[in-house]
Design a protein around this ligand. Sequence first.
Ligand code: CR1
Length: 828
Amino acid sequence: MPKSTLKSKALAEPVNFNKSDIKDAIVRHLHCSLGTDENKANNHAWWKAACAAVQEQVLERLRRTQKSHYLNDTRAVHYFSAEFLMGRLMSNNLHNLGLFEITDQALQELGVSLTDIMEEEPDMALGNGGLGRLAACFIDSLATMELPAVGYGIHYEHGLFRQEIKNGAQIERPDSWRDYGNPWEICRPESIQEVSLYGYVETKYGENGRIQKEWHPGSIVKGIPWDIPVVGFGGKTVNVLRLWESQASNYFNWDVFNAGGYVDAQSENVQAETISKVLYPNDETEAGKELRLIQQYFFCACSLKDIIRRYKRAHGDDWSRFSDQVVIQLNDTHPAIAIPELMRILVDRAELGWDDAWEICSKTFAYTNHTLLPEALEKWPARMIEKILPRHLEIIYEINFRFMAEVEKMWPGDNKIKQKLSIIEEGNQKMVRMGNLSVIGSFAVNGVAEIHSKLVKKNLFPEFDQMWPDKLTNVTNGITPRRWLKACNPDLSALIDKKIGNDWPVKLEKLNDLVKFADEAKFQKDFMKIKLKNKVALAKEVKSLTGIEIDPKAIFDVQIKRLHEYKRQHLNLLHIMALYRRLLENPSYDMEPRVFIFGAKAAPGYKLAKDIIYAINMVAERINNDERVNKKLKVVFLPNYRVSLAEKMIPAADVSEQISTAGKEASGTGNMKLSLNGALTIGTMDGANIEIAEEVGEENIFIFGLTVEEVDKLHAQGYNPYDYYYNNAELKAILDWLETDYFTPGKPGALSSLKYSLLDGGDPYLVLADFDAYSKAQHKVDLAYRDTKNWARMAILNCARMGKFTSDRSIRDYVERIWKLDACKVDE
Ligand code: CR1
């Protein structure tokens, strides 16, 4: 039989895969994989069967991709990240395979709604916020652009907690994203790795007097790889996200077990399995825990072994080509321990000389910095590293020793600079600075938006920039338009297709062709009709999630992101309270009806962040039930904000709140998603807002507030929040209001922590200093919305001018400036 016939018998060719094929495949899986049938199946079973049918297509393309990469011996990027916030995969995979419509029709013919069954999929929430979602967008772009890439991370059993709101307060519940199995992931027992921990280092003297180090680990854990296929748009390349799950290795505990120590043996199991149990729910704060360091080392060590195994298969023991074939991107400092780990492998295992090893190592790693907040810059106690990774601490000292010699050459005798640049922070407790280690061990370091990268150079690493003028650079973040427009806003996507053709998802700059329709009455009407339809859908969702009724004709003003003081959800709240006061004082106060919608999780240990959530909910309850104002003003806090909820909120937003203190938000990516979907930004000159303003034009965005320079100046001259409190009667009244029991009947003072953080707490994020400017900018928003034609024009221009912010552009920047990769066509 000719080969090709064999192939098409085994599996319908992807290109020819039609509606009846998919119908057959779904029913076959319903019967043969799930053991049920069309009459009995519930939505969950239909969802699983549909996933399995799609997965057949995915896996066939994955196989072809891997074969092509292998045959071409491609250079590949390895994206090391402790977080990948993937969300749901069904809709994305269908869109990227070009199978969405026919699957929808196939299911309809089977009497099932695709939209309904997609709701069965739990979010894969293996990340906290922007950093993790960025990683997810990047691997989508890498596959779409047919670039050889592997994402490496941790297979957390529990992702980010599920948020419930009880009596206004956040309650955290465990997330179980794979309780009933995850249909996309594939376990790869053939690629299990082992990782050492604890123990001691023996110094030996080898032949010709060479000192050799041998690490005798105290325990060994197994890393089990789970692969999530990452389907590129167009479906040609399917890359892999490889996530490691920890398990006890058989090495040590059998002896204990056999000796009757069943409980002890079990406890070792439990310890080993704890490593990949939970995601640390901190966003931009360091979690200084032993387990967190072990998590980081665990996934880095497994991933490096995996990379080296693949490299050796093609190149044997010849290390000279390693950094030609392998580039590793460190997503923040979380995987920085990979640097000494690779040195250990090269020096102790491969027995390379230090200089040769360092040459390879420092050509392999590149590092992305995602924040300037000092509380997020990771440091580990040297003693902790010594306990868990004794050999790595020695290597870190050696790297530092040699680096200090370079510093001495550049700044002879300058101990201050040495202290500052050293990987080791001296003090009561010696600390290892992972940021410094990352810069020293990488050939490129980037920030994530122009302003952020400038501040990285100017404030965070100025001396490193002097030492290596070409090392520090910028790659502005981006978002995948496949998920964040095509899939989440199908009506708008169809309208855009009709106007300018359908290749914008891979050439987002094409959206610029919409500019010429921005003044066309019909297009404005169509565009805003879709917005209204999306708002109606969101209103329905809000009703079902919270019971609150909102009017789709009101302005939907959306702030969705992690809860953080620097993001200033409380600035938004103070302004809402100001509007409420104005309406109470003057019932005919002239304002467009507005619904303020929030979505935010607070780190469980972040007291003030949780207080802010509570305050939003209590103010919301009072306002929403106050008949005097609730025709004009409503406030909604949607619980459990996550990727799949964002996909419903973003297409329905009119206004996008991006109001961080200037200099604090490294980039932001929600700002890009909202603007792409036709929401107008009210924002500060911070992060990527600045570049968004550049693209859309100042007349199509509401910029307000202190700039980075003004923030610095204000702090330098001594900021006193009381100046603003006493000089602004409205602001004073609002802050005082928080102390009464107006919003918390019977519980006076329940919201006062907020007031005190802003006054006696010193208001570190300048909420009061920016209040007046914010309030005025909000007034401009209100006036602008009344001019419906111009608003439509502005919304269209926002969408049309977002081309720069596709993650394909970010990836292109990484490829050209840092990774130097070539695309690899996959043979059909
Ligand atoms: C930043 O706060 C940025 C994302 C992705 C976050 C946000 O502005 O868009 O990274 N930083 O680059 C972060 O999580 C640990 O730091």
